[in-house]
Design a protein around this ligand. Structure first.
Ligand SMILES: *Cc1c(COP(=O)(O)O)cnc(C)c1O
Length: 433
């Protein structure tokens, strides 16, 4: 697999380079020079394959000639250790539960695959790296868990002291080993600035092999396509075209679905469901992309005013608004309606949705209302309700089942290094590591 920069089609790099650099130097995004399609025979018998078998076939098709089948299989088996069931909520509506991984959110797919892929390359190079991540809460947990005990990789996570939930903090600070949590006396923006400054510091970049694990890394998109194929395998027997509704923030998840479609996956239509941060929905309406500052909502993992994967999606459809509109519709919802639908669906069916899943459900229903043919509707349920238990009203809170992965964290001691918002201190710390 080779990749080019969306800012310069002549800037071409290997997968290895794209994975470790994350971003091209010209600030574009890496895109595959060619998206291969899977053979018809694969789709004819896909219902007989497990998630791991599907993941293997998809990855093999993308990385053929670059990584051996044996190594691909090893990466998949180590990364994809959990399932993603499509659960019927009512009628023709299914919830694709992406929260059965170790941190109970869909980001486990991306973080785990990326860590195993990096470890594979590092073993070949006989080198090691230092990963720096700033987190406002959720991403850090998936990265910490995904890279835990991965050979050749040390991870430093910076988080704003007192500004992440107790649960999120436990996910960052209880692992130890190759994961270090820095508790910064500042905001998320301060943490991000410290990381950015480190990447620009000549001494640090020379002495330490620095890398990032941010969400625009191509290694996070590949595994996010697996569950679209796997859903098709589960629901093919219903015999109706499938619509996917994706609760979206940075638009990486939906971008992976669109890539799966380019690889030949039969999908009737995609719906981008967003909260009050509606930059993409406005783009569909006006044809103009106008980023804006983010606003805080219940579904806070989607509070993004300038979705970083927009450029990739625009690129996939020949850089025309109509091209995007043909494949994707978009809807935006406020917190009141998100709360209301959560309660309504729970009362009617007993199925409890987290606020991100609820936004996905709303967009799916609004799109289906506009369609005359019979379709199967799937909304991506990106986080376990227990992760967002604080957002539920009292009576619903008591209905949330706390999975063992979360309850066991309560007793583990928090270990963090407190640090002022000061680059000199951060640099000294890194050089001593
Ligand atoms: C990150 C996240 C999203 C948004 O996914 P994008 O790929 O950024 O669009 C949605 N829901 C949850 C729970 C998330 O953690």
């Amino acid at each position: 697999m080779q990749l080019y920069s969306t800012n310069n089609p002549n800037h071409i790099v290997s997968l290895e380079e794209a994975v470790f650099k994350g971003l091209p130097p010209d600030n574009g995004l890496y895109m595959p020079t060619n998206i291969p399609t899977l053979p018809k025979s694969f789709f004819d018998t896909i219902e007989n394959l497990s998630m791991q078998e599907i993941a293997f076939e998809v990855t093999k098709t993308l990385l053929k000639g670059y990584i051996s089948d044996v190594d691909i299989k090893k990466i998949i088996d180590e990364a994809i250790t959990f399932t993603a069931p499509a659960v019927q909520v009512h009628d023709n509506i299914y919830s694709l539960e992406l929260y059965h991984g170790p941190t109970l959110a869909f980001k486990d797919f991306g973080a785990r695959f990326m860590s195993k892929l990096m470890a594979y390359f590092l073993e070949k190079q006989a080198s090691n790296i230092n990963i720096l991540v700033a987190t406002s809460g959720d991403t850090g947990g998936a990265v910490a868990s995904g890279f835990y005990k991965t050979n050749g990789i040390k991870v430093t996570i910076l988080y704003p002291s007192g500004k992440v939930s107790t649960l999120q903090e436990k996910q960052l600070t209880t692992l130890g080993e190759n994961i270090t949590a820095l508790e910064i006396d500042g905001t998320f923006d301060d943490c991000q600035k410290l990381v950015k400054t480190a990447f620009l510091d000549a001494e640090l970049t020379q002495k330490l092999n620095l890398s990032s694990a941010n969400s625009i890394n191509i290694a996070r998109l590949i595994p996010q396509s697996f569950y679209y194929f796997n859903t098709y395998a589960q629901l093919k027997k219903l015999g109706k075209p499938i619509v996917f509704s994706i609760p979206s923030g940075n638009f990486g998840n939906i971008c992976a679905g669109l890539m799966a479609q380019k690889m030949g996956l039969p999908v009737h239509h995609f719906v981008a469901s967003v909260n009050a941060n509606d930059t993409f929905v406005q783009f569909l309406k006006t044809g103009e992309y106008k980023p804006k500052p983010s606003v805080a909502t219940l579904s806070n993992a989607m509070d993004v005013g300038n979705p970083s994967n927009f450029v990739r999606i625009f690129e996939l459809f020949g850089k025309t608004a109509d091209g995007v509109r043909n494949a994707v519709s978009g809807f935006s919802y406020d917190d009141d309606i998100t709360r209301k639908i959560t309660r309504e669906i729970y009362n009617k069916t007993g199925y409890l949705m987290d606020p991100h899943g609820a936004v996905g459900y709303l967009g799916l229903m609004d799109y289906l209302k506009t369609q005359k043919t019979e379709l199967t509707g799937v909304f991506l349920h990106t986080a376990h309700p227990a992760k967002f238990i604080d957002t539920f009203e009292t009576d619903l809170k008591s209905k949330v089942e706390i999975p063992f992965e979360l309850s066991k964290l309560a007793n583990k001691p928090k270990v963090s290094i407190k640090m002022a918002n000061n680059f000199g201190d951060f640099k000294t710390f890194l050089l001593k590591k």
